[in-house]
Design a protein around this ligand. Structure first.
Ligand code: FEO
Length: 163
């Protein structure tokens, strides 16, 4: 029932979700160094969420008795020049993840893997949220421009995530 192409693609997506977490941790480190603790905390929670995404995929493979495959996690981008730059990269990254999830879903449909389709529907919806959130923060940062008081206020607001 599980076709190996879907299983292989889900295994690659587990790796990609862990990479996303590592990328957001690199972004958290940038915000720590920029003395923006609210942004840093927000990114740390984002990194944790990505690991939870990996767990969902892992649990699915475990539940259907599919084999797991493990590979190296790529080195994340660590070149960030401003909060706007970070969120441009965040949005671009999430758009890429969305394309990958859609490709994975299309594969599960083509291979008639119904359990994978049901599991992946959660990710399709989650990606809408992920892109929306990143786009909203990017838009706010662009409007803030070089007004440092507004940046400090946004830092405080993002720091309340999960509180
Ligand atoms: Fe796993 Fe940010 O999507």
């Amino acid at each position: 029932m599980n076709t190996s192409r879907v299983v292989q693609a889900i295994n690659r997506q587990i790796n990609a979700e862990i990479y996303s977490g590592y990328l957001y941790l690199a972004m958290a480190a940038y915000f720590e160094s920029a003395s923006l603790p609210g942004f840093a905390g927000w990114m740390k929670l984002q990194a944790q969420e990505e690991l939870q995404h990996a767990m969902r995929l892992f649990d699915h493979l475990a539940d259907v008795g599919a084999p797991m495959a493990f590979d190296a996690i790529a080195k994340p981008d660590t070149e960030f020049t401003s909060p706007v730059h970070v969120f441009e990269k965040t949005l671009a990254h999430e758009q890429e993840v969305t394309r990958n999830i859609h490709d994975l879903y299309a594969l599960a449909v083509a291979e008639s893997d119904y359990p994978a389709q049901v599991m992946l529907q959660w990710f399709v919806a989650e990606q809408v949220e992920e892109e929306k959130t990143a786009a909203e923060i990017l838009d706010t940062l662009r409007r803030i421009g070089d007004k440092s008081h507004a940046l400090v206020a946004l830092d405080r607001e993002l720091g309340r995530r999960g509180a």
